[in-house]
Design a protein around this ligand. Structure first.
Ligand SMILES: Nc1ncnc2c1ncn2[C@@H]1O[C@H](COP(=O)(O)OP(=O)(O)OP(=O)(O)O)[C@@H](O)[C@H]1O
Ligand SMILES: [Mg+2]
Length: 301
C-alpha cells in the first residue's frame, strides 16, 4: 500500500515509529508536512499539491495533527478524504474530539461516565456553576489548555469564585468540573485501535500535585485495567467516531470517568511503558480496513 502520514515533523517519535513499522510490513510510506500542502478547493477533481507535485494513488492517510493546527490540518485531511483516500481517523471525528465541550456532550449522550461538568457564558452564573458540580473542591479547566497548564484546583467555594471571575476577566473559555478526589492524582490512558484496547498505562502525579501530566512531573507505569474500563474506552472512541484514540479515564468511586478522548495519541509513553508494538498494530489495522476508493462516513454531530 501507499501510505501518507500527515505530520509537521518526521523526527517525532510517533511519526518515526509508524514509518518504521509500515516499511517493515512492506508498504510505501511518506511523511508530508501538513502546513506545506496546498490545494485548489474548487477543482472538480480534488487534489493536493506538495513540493511541486500532485499527490496521487495514495491508499491511506494517517493524520497526526497537532492541536495548534487543527483547522488547517482538518481541511487538508478532508481534501484527501474527497480524493477517496482512507483516513485512519476522519476529519469530522478529529474536529469533534478537539472541542472539549462537544466531546463531553457526545459522551454524555451515550451514557458514559464523566466528571460532573458545568459551563456558562454569563458572569452572573458563577455561583450556579459551582453549585451544579456539587460545590468545592472543584476543578476549573480552560477549554484551550494542554499539558495540565489550564487546570486549576479550587479547594473552597470562595477560591472557586475567584478563579472563575479571573478567567472571565481574561475572556477565557473554561468549564467547571467536579474534583474526583479518590483518583488520588492518578489517571489511566487506554489506547484504542478499532474496537479494542491494545495497551494501557497509569500516570501518577508527583507528590503534592493532582495533575498527572508527564509535563507536570508525573510518571507513567503499566496497569491492569478492569472490564468496565476497557468497555468504557471502546464505547468512547466509537461515540467520537475515532478508529484510533487515546482515552483518558479517572478511577472514581462510582466507576471510570472519562476526561478526554485524544485523536492523535502519542506512541512514545505507551510503547515504552508497556513494551507493546502499538505502531505495528496501527499499520495492521490500516491493512485490514483501507479499501481503495472507500471513505468511511460515520458519527454524530
Ligand atoms: N475532574 C478532575 N478530578 C481530578 N483530577 C483531575 C480532574 N480533571 C483533571 N484532573 C487531573 O489533571 C490532569 C490534567 O487535566 P486534563 O487532562 O483535563 O487537562 P490537560 O492535560 O491540560 O488537557 P488535555 O488532556 O486536553 O491536553 C489530568 O490528567 C488529571 O490527572
Ligand atoms: Mg490531559
Amino acid at each position: 500500500m501507499k501510505i501518507v502520514i500527515l505530520s509537521r515533523n518526521q523526527n517525532l517519535y510517533s511519526t518515526r515509529r509508524l514509518v518504521e513499522e509500515a516499511k517493515a510490513l512492506g508498504h510505501e510510506i511518506e511523511v508530508i508536512d501538513t502546513l506545506k500542502c496546498f490545494m485548489d478547493i474548487t477543482s472538480a477533481k480534488p487534489a493536493i499539491l506538495y513540493q511541486k507535485r500532485t499527490l496521487s494513488d495514495i491508499d491511506a492517510i494517517i493524520p497526526r495533527i497537532g492541536a495548534s493546527i487543527t483547522f488547517y490540518g482538518s481541511a487538508i485531511l478532508r481534501q484527501f478524504e474527497m480524493m477517496g483516500v482512507y483516513p485512519l481517523n476522519e476529519s469530522v471525528a478529529i474536529g469533534r474530539s478537539r472541542d472539549k465541550l462537544r466531546s463531553l456532550q457526545i459522551l454524555s449522550r451515550k451514557g458514559l461516565g464523566l466528571p460532573k461538568t458545568s459551563f456558562a457564558h454569563s458572569t452572573r452564573m458563577t455561583k450556579n456553576l459551582i453549585k451544579l458540580v456539587g460545590g468545592a473542591p472543584l476543578v476549573v479547566k480552560l477549554l484551550e489548555g494542554t499539558q495540565g497548564k489550564g487546570v486549576v484546583l479550587a479547594e473552597t467555594n470562595k477560591a472557586a469564585e475567584s478563579v472563575i471571575d479571573a478567567f472571565r476577566e481574561l475572556h477565557a473559555d473554561f468549564l467547571v468540573q467536579e474534583f474526583v478526589k479518590e483518583a488520588s492524582g492518578e489517571d489511566l490512558r487506554l489506547f484504542v485501535i478499532g474496537e479494542k484496547v491494545v495497551a494501557s498505562m497509569k500516570r501518577k502525579a508527583k507528590s503534592g500535585e493532582f495533575r498527572s501530566n508527564l509535563h507536570r512531573g508525573g510518571v507513567a507505569e503499566k496497569v491492569k485495567i478492569t472490564k468496565t474500563e476497557r468497555a468504557t474506552a471502546v464505547k468512547a472512541a466509537k461515540a467520537m467516531g475515532l478508529s484510533v484514540a487515546g482515552v483518558d479515564l479517572l478511577r472514581s468511586s462510582t466507576g471510570p470517568k472519562i476526561m478526554e478522548v485524544n485523536s492523535s495519541p502519542g506512541l512514545r509513553g505507551i510503547e515504552e511503558v508497556t513494551g507493546i508494538n502499538v505502531a505495528r498494530l496501527i499499520i495492521e489495522y490500516i491493512e485490514k480496513n483501507a479499501k481503495l476508493g472507500k471513505v468511511k462516513t460515520k458519527g454524530l454531530g
